[in-house]
Ligand binder design. Structure first.
Ligand SMILES: Nc1nc2c(c(=O)[nH]1)N[C@@H](CN(C=O)c1ccc(C(=O)N[C@@H](CCC(=O)O)C(=O)O)cc1)CN2
Length: 289
């Protein structure tokens, strides 16, 4: 079997076009969705992801502001800045780019962002709502993965999903979102014994380990849907995922490439959440009249 490649760029393009139409409509109603991205430090990877976020925002018509500080910016200053954006009704989304320097508590920062503007979907209130299936901002990478699987018509209900990785921003929430879609979910991680026994029985395999070519084609079930979340930079400068792509595509039914798979959808779902936040604000304003 040769897999169909799930083209994240193409799916993202279609979604961005639809979002641009929604933004046009919001602008007619007097509202421009706006996003502020806060970066502490100069990580080249973070700067490159933020460039992608700015480009998507501009394409869609979302206002974009970058607040960029040197690596010695203090936690106190950062919390105060977030607080000022919580109270600034011109901005609908607040995103603090991760990872943060070691002297800043990620937990404190995430908890400071108003859940109403938490377009990353990382605030404990939004995470809790997602767990119990209530409407909330969904974390961008996991939400993008669900959209990608649905967009190629692959069945989720009743399927066995195996998630390899248990981070708070990808592994845990993607399993929860697929459970909410009636999949049966198994989580694996660095301490899982006999990992391949699990990956070999996955109908949908989500690889979010962060290690180049970690999942071998021999450990993938014939016809599985393979979603590769890894973004690993090799010594030769090339990017590759967590899955041995060239061989795995001869086994899987659908597979995402790296680059051009999950990444573009992560950014697009951020735009989706920002537009959603602006719409929520408009609804609240209209409701209070
Ligand atoms: N506050 C957040 N921080 C981080 C998140 C997040 O969702 N919110 N996720 C990652 C980084 N990330 C977004 O911020 C991100 C990672 C990768 C891509 C992407 O488009 N990747 C491309 C390849 C890019 C390249 O050439 O380097 C691809 O896969 O095609 C977008 C966003 C950690 N931090």
């Amino acid at each position: 079997m040769t897999a169909t490649i799930i083209d994240g760029k193409q799916i993202a393009k279609q979604k961005r076009e639809a979002l641009a139409k929604e933004v046009e409509q919001l602008k007619l109603e007097g509202l421009t969705p706006k996003l502020v991205v806060i970066l502490v430090g100069d990580s080249p990877a973070s700067l490159s992801y933020i460039k992608g976020k700015r480009k998507a925002a501009e394409e869609i018509g979302i206002g974009f502001k970058l607040e960029h500080f040197s690596g010695d910016y203090s936690e106190k200053e950062l919390l105060q800045l977030i607080n000022s954006y919580n109270n600034n009704s011109e901005f609908h989304g607040i995103l603090v780019q991760l990872p943060l320097p070691k002297h800043i508590s990620e937990k404190a920062v995430i908890e400071e962002i108003s859940p109403l503007k938490d377009v990353d979907g990382f605030h404990p209130l939004n995470v809790g709502k997602m767990m119990i299936g209530q409407e909330s901002f969904l974390p961008c990478t996991p939400a993008g993965i669900v959209e990608m699987i649905k967009s190629v018509g692959a069945e989720i209900k009743g399927k066995h999903v195996v998630v390899v990785g248990r981070s708070n921003i990808v592994g845990k929430p993607v399993g929860q979102l697929l459970l909410n879609e009636d999949a049966t979910v198994t989580y694996c991680h660095s301490k899982t014994a006999n990992l391949s026994e699990f990956t070999k029985v996955a109908d949908i395999l989500i690889a979010a380990v962060g290690r180049a070519d970690f999942i071998k084609a021999d450990d993938i079930k014939n016809g599985a849907v393979v979603i590769d979340v890894g973004v690993n930079r090799l010594d030769n400068g090339k990017l590759c995922g967590d899955v041995e792509f060239e061989k795995a595509k001869e086994v899987a039914s659908f597979i995402t490439p790296v680059p051009g798979g999950v990444g573009p959808m992560t950014i697009t779902m951020l735009a989706h959440n920002t537009v959603q936040s602006a719409k929520n604000q408009l609804k609240n304003l209209q409701g209070s009249k």
